[in-house]
Ligand binder design. Structure first.
Ligand code: HEC
Length: 137
């Protein structure tokens, strides 16, 4: 019986430890080789959205130079469209189709967005997809 309780305690301690490890990894925003959890993607995406300068043109919920993240996601969810595909230059803009505006974002796609890995683009898209939930918290 004692041994049994001892084993249970070890099991519980172990699961706490692995939780902590997961949290630390996501806090550091370190992209892992393995598939990231949803929360880690959102966390990393949030950081990249600032680091990669998206935030300078896109505010979260008010229009700056460019449409807000909330407005973009509204259109993307409605059309069941794929952000990553747009960011890789594989699909056409559907939010603001004014030529001058499209040209600004297209310059990013042809420029610095090429330096961003698929994993990072996926994290950015996941973050954008969940931005309204984050705002309501
Ligand atoms: C220099 C300003 C600027 C920066 C920096 C910028 N964007 Fe944009 N973005 C725009 C403008 C302007 C539009 C509106 C034109 C359009 O919709 O294509 C746009 C549109 C978009 C759209 C909607 C495309 C559509 O379907 O119409 C997405 C998604 C997007 N940007 C994501 C990003 C991400 C992610 C980053 C950072 C990696 C970023 N943008 C950085 C200016 C910018």
């Amino acid at each position: 019986m004692r041994l049994f309780i001892f084993l249970i305690v070890i099991l519980i301690l172990n699961s706490c430890n692995s939780d902590k490890k997961l949290k630390n990894d996501s806090e550091n925003g370190v992209p892992e080789r393995t598939e990231l959890s949803q929360d880690s993607k959102i966390f990393l995406g949030n950081r990249l959205f600032s680091e990669k300068t998206c935030i300078t043109c896109h505010a979260i919920d008010s229009k700056k130079t460019a449409p807000s993240v909330v407005d973009i996601m509204h259109v993307y969810k409605e059309n069941n469209a794929d952000i990553v595909s747009f960011l890789k230059g594989n699909s056409k803009p559907i939010v603001d189709t004014t030529a001058s505006q499209v040209a600004i974002m297209q310059a990013n796609i042809d420029g610095f967005l090429k330096e961003i890995t698929d994993e990072e683009l996926d994290a950015i898209a996941t973050y954008m997809l969940h931005v309204d939930e984050l705002n309501n918290k």
